[in-house]
Ligand binder design. Structure first.
Ligand SMILES: [Zn+2]
Length: 471
């Protein structure tokens, strides 16, 4: 058996791992995740590079969760000829029905905008590329087979697959794949996907897995420790209380899927526990609204505290004035509110979407607060705010930054170093091969060293992209 790493090797995006083996005398191949590379021109080049084998040679795909950096190139693969099944959990499939069409729409919009600018002679640099169309998304969506957590299926004779809960986002899974190759003992391969932080809001703790022969483990925050949830709560209470006392608004940019729901549950829980008074919250992002409804639908998959919070809110609906904004006019009308509102909107890094309007109207007033809870990439508007820019350009106009800007950590969807090590301690014996993936080089190497030092595991490898490793 061999594994080739086509992405998320030395970086955090483009998760794609290809497994090649021999069954009943024939070569077989499957992949775990088929994600998009994100961040600039180099990412685009990797997204369009041909696979080192034909898409027709793939027997099936296993998808750990819905995030675009794990799922985002599936429509392209299906359009290129892959016609086999794609396995994922039920909730992941429901999320993909929101995320993949949105991804196609954003790519189309980027291309159309660039076309218009080019015709007007205002476009510099390379033109963006649409990696797939809405029709190709529909084709990909027709190839999914959904599984429950704990359900075991035979993907092809000799390969069994099971998903366990990864506690990262709704539907997220650890993939356990048992392989019995010709003339060999059964091997258990465990693909961590993205592992959630223990004790975090909304999602249950990741399932403990006790044995593996081959393990792939993520290392996004393998060199870092998150702030505690207690500190995060205290900071949030302090900022919200003081802003409400000053009759200001609070604007929270948030990723529509995952982060928005975490913030909502946390705010409602703080009201439930009497740490915050009655709140007026507007969720202004159609995708966040759809994802919030899905979260309610998959109520039984949430952690017990969030379930209790949700039940309490159903019994006490007057405690939080929670409204979901649908149309653009309603969204613009929020600009008239001069105080007492909490507005949660996307995009999470403030570069596009309705959040930009809310920033334009709320940044210039000093009684307002902007609360940033997510990662802000270099070059994004969110990053400039975090870096204390005195003024920013929005819709072609200069806007003064008078509102206070607060960065509140501790809400990460990924486990930190201690969380990842804790999860690895669930394995009763060291796996024969451990591959540390899905991390920037520094993060992966610090974490690999930790595994060797603290757990005493020997065969810990940081794979290189496009390289193939026997195991
Ligand atoms: Zn993820």
């Amino acid at each position: 058996m061999k594994i080739q790493f086509l992405g998320a090797a030395g970086e955090v995006t483009g998760s794609r791992h290809s497994v090649e083996l021999t069954l009943a005398g024939r070569q077989k191949r499957f992949m775990v995740d088929y994600g998009m590379f994100q961040g600039g021109r180099e990412a685009t080049n990797k997204n369009i590079e041909p696979l080192p084998f034909s898409p027709n040679d793939l027997d099936f795909i296993v998808l750990t969760h819905a995030h675009i950096d794990h799922s985002g190139l599936l429509p392209r693969l299906c359009a290129q000829g892959f016609s086999g099944p794609i396995y994922c959990t039920t909730a992941t499939f429901e999320l993909l029905k929101i995320l993949l069409p949105d991804s196609a729409y954003l790519q189309r919009a980027d291309v159309d905008r660039a076309d218009r600018k080019q015709k007007a002679g205002k476009w510099r640099g390379e033109m963006p590329i649409a990696l797939y169309s809405r029709e190709e998304v529909d084709l990909a969506l027709s190839q999914f087979t959904v599984l429950q957590y704990g359900q075991v299926v035979e993907a092809i004779p000799g390969i069994q697959l099971e998903f366990r809960n990864a506690g990262h986002i709704l539907g997220s899974a650890i993939a356990i794949i048992d392989i019995t190759e010709d003339n060999a003992q059964k091997k258990r391969c465990v693909f961590s996907g993205d592992i959630g932080m223990k004790g975090k809001v909304l999602m249950p703790d990741p399932d403990v897995i006790s044995n593996a022969d081959v393990l792939l483990v993520e290392s996004t925050y393998g060199d870092r420790q998150h702030r505690s949830l207690q500190d995060t709560e205290d900071e949030l209470v302090e900022v919200i209380s003081s802003t409400m006392t000053a009759h200001g608004n609070i604007v929270m940019p948030a990723f529509a899927v995952g982060r928005t729901q975490e913030i909502l549950f946390l705010l409602i829980d703080l009201v439930r526990r009497g740490r915050l008074p009655h709140l007026s919250i507007w969720v202004d992002s159609p995708m966040a609204t759809a994802a919030t409804h899905l979260t309610q639908h998959f109520f039984s998959q949430l952690d017990s505290q969030s379930q209790a919070t949700f039940e309490w809110f159903k019994a006490n609906p007057e405690s939080v004035d929670l409204r979901f904004i649908a149309d653009v006019e309603e969204s613009k009308a929020l600009n008239k509110i001069k105080g007492g509102a909490i507005i949660i909107s996307a995009s999470g890094m403030c570069d596009a979407g309705r959040i930009v309007h809310h920033l334009a109207s709320n940044l210039p007033r000093e009684q307002n607060a902007i609360i940033i809870t997510g990662f802000q990439a270099y070059g994004s508007l969110g990053r400039r705010l975090v870096d204390k820019a005195k003024k920013v350009r929005l819709f072609g106009e200069e806007v003064l930054v008078k509102a206070s800007i607060h960065t509140i950590g501790g809400l990460s969807a990924h486990a930190d170093r201690a969380g990842l090590l804790d999860w690895l301690k669930g394995f009763e014996l060291p796996p024969k091969s451990v591959f540390v993936v899905h991390g920037e080089p520094e993060s992966s190497s610090v974490f690999a060293e930790c595994i060797r030092d603290e757990l005493g595991w020997k065969n810990v490898i940081i794979p290189e992209r496009l390289h193939t490793y026997p195991c």
